[in-house]
Design a protein around this ligand. Structure first.
Ligand code: ADP
Length: 166
């Protein structure tokens, strides 16, 4: 059984992420979407919330499993018996970083390869951080976020804005 891992921060999962998840789930027998702990980032949603959001929006895809980890990705893949990491590649900015990470992961675990799926054109410039910025301006988010998480996202934005006004 070919198991692939799709790692990321998913803070929160966007329609661009979901597009990659659906396409990767069509290629592999099982796709493990893994929310990675990144000490350098200060997330808007907790690890548990991010995992729950991904579970909610992928509940119709039977071969997707959602997990979280604070391990090194190469170690996590070894433990899960997977030899493929899936990454989404957007216009411009992703390439240098992702290329470097793919080489490092392959060096640490030579059985591990990284496969890139190019972003769908309508999601080419979409990132979780863009959505978080747009969220403060009352913009319609239905092209950017899966509909099942929009109410929770908007509620969190209002809570943060309420807190900032105090
Ligand atoms: P970001 O905060 O930039 O959205 P993540 O760490 O959550 O980053 O992203 C996880 C993976 O998903 C990365 O491989 C990233 O390149 C990819 N990705 C993020 N947004 C998109 C998108 N709009 N289309 C395709 N791939 C994406």
């Amino acid at each position: 059984m070919k198991v692939a891992i799709y790692p990321g921060s998913f803070d929160p999962v966007t329609s661009g992420h979901l597009n990659i998840i659906r396409r990767a789930a069509n290629i592999f027998d099982k796709l493990l979407v893994c929310v990675m702990v990144n000490a350098g980032k200060n997330p808007m949603f907790t690890l548990e919330e991010r995992v729950e959001f991904i579970r909610r929006v992928t509940s119709d895809i039977p071969n997707v499993e959602v997990d979280s980890s604070n391990e090194l990705l190469a170690e996590y893949a070894k433990r899960k018996g997977s030899c493929v990491i899936v990454k989404g590649l957007r216009a411009g900015s992703d390439f240098e970083n992702e290329f470097q990470m793919a080489l490092i992961n392959h060096k640490i675990n030579p059985n591990l390869d990284t496969m890139f799926l190019t972003a769908e054109h309508q999601y080419m410039y979409l990132s979780s951080s863009t959505v978080k910025e747009l969220g403060s301006y009352n913009v319609d988010l239905s092209d950017f976020l899966p509909e099942q998480i929009i109410p929770d996202f908007q509620e969190r934005i209002s809570t943060i804005q309420g807190g900032n006004r105090k």
